[in-house]
Design a protein. Structure first.
Length: 300
């Protein structure tokens, strides 16, 4: 009994260390995925050996090894809705296609709301368009949709694709947006695992809402009077580019971010981190960060 308890304790310690490594970016999710795809049957061998040696399978081991088996079968089956017992040859990749959209700037439009519902890949945003918004959206099977609805002086733009559409290994979407620099803009991005290059330095950004899986994100903020951002991600590398003189407040209850944000020169007060200028500067930025962000850098 004591031996089983010791093994269970060791397993939990190793599992916790592994998850901490993923959250901190010390362990690559992609490498772990490859290990699962090739070596998940080893979990069955280990479980069988434990049963032979102990006469029964310790409960914690059954749960964890069972999870590894299911995860390995899931990934080896190329992330399909049903489980397969090995890699499946899905044939050649379909050709990459592109859809281009342009939303003109009508007289009297003062605000826009841009919503992006994106499966996985790369999202790029910048300013400088003469139109209200322009986009170049690549896809394989599921053609993206585009809509624009005007209400008074505000236009609500939405670009989306069927997120249930399966993306094979080696496929990568790239959605590129160019927004108008003179219109007050709110941006809402909902994505799976993605790379984000979001340059709002020439955009009158008011609010940013971003939710994604494991991601690498670079976000350039402008120098606007009051800006708010909400960032919810999995294990990610987050680079924030903020102009000098802009006050910063970051709200996060994740204790793993404390050292990182204090290292960036922010003062901790409760669950918030402040720059010296916040509240006194002409331009202030407030950011809510949640989930397992691995690394945060603030570049001035």
């Amino acid at each position: 009994m004591r031996s089983n308890a010791a093994w269970n304790g060791i397993l939990l310690i190793l599992l916790g260390a592994f998850l901490l490594g993923v959250n901190q970016g010390w362990i690559s999710y992609g490498v772990w995925r490859d290990v699962l795809v090739k070596w998940w049957p080893v979990a069955l061998i280990v479980l069988g050996a434990l049963i032979l040696l102990t006469g029964r399978a310790p409960s914690v081991w059954v749960v964890v090894i069972g999870g590894l088996v299911l995860a390995g079968m899931f990934f080896a089956g190329d992330v399909v809705p049903w489980l397969r017992l090995g890699p499946v040859d899905l044939g050649p990749l379909p050709p990459l296609k592109t859809e281009a959209f342009t939303e003109g700037l009508k007289p009297g439009i003062a605000e826009s709301s841009v919503t992006v519902d994106f499966s996985a890949g790369t999202v790029r945003m910048s300013g400088g368009s003469d139109a209200l918004a322009e986009a170049r959206l690549t896809y394989y099977d599921a053609k993206p949709s585009w809509s624009a609805v005007q209400s008074g002086q505000t236009v609500q733009i939405r670009a989306s694709a069927d997120r249930a559409d399966r993306i094979r290994p080696g496929q990568r979407h790239e959605w590129v947006f160019n927004l108008n620099s003179g219109v007050v803009t709110d941006v809402d991005i909902r994505a799976g695992a993605c790379t984000g290059d979001l340059d709002f330095s020439r955009i009158k950004l008011r609010r940013l809402k971003l939710s994604s899986g494991a991601s690498s994100l670079g976000i350039r903020f402008p120098e606007e009077p009051e800006m708010k951002a909400s960032i919810t991600t999995g294990a990610s590398d987050l680079n924030l580019y903020v102009p000098r003189g802009v006050g910063i407040r970051i709200n996060s209850s994740n204790p793993l971010l404390t050292t990182l944000l204090e290292r960036e020169g922010l003062e901790k007060r409760g669950n918030s981190y402040y720059s010296k200028e916040f509240g006194q500067a002409r331009s202030n930025l407030e950011i809510d960060i949640s989930a397992g962000v691995s690394r945060v850098r603030i570049n001035r």
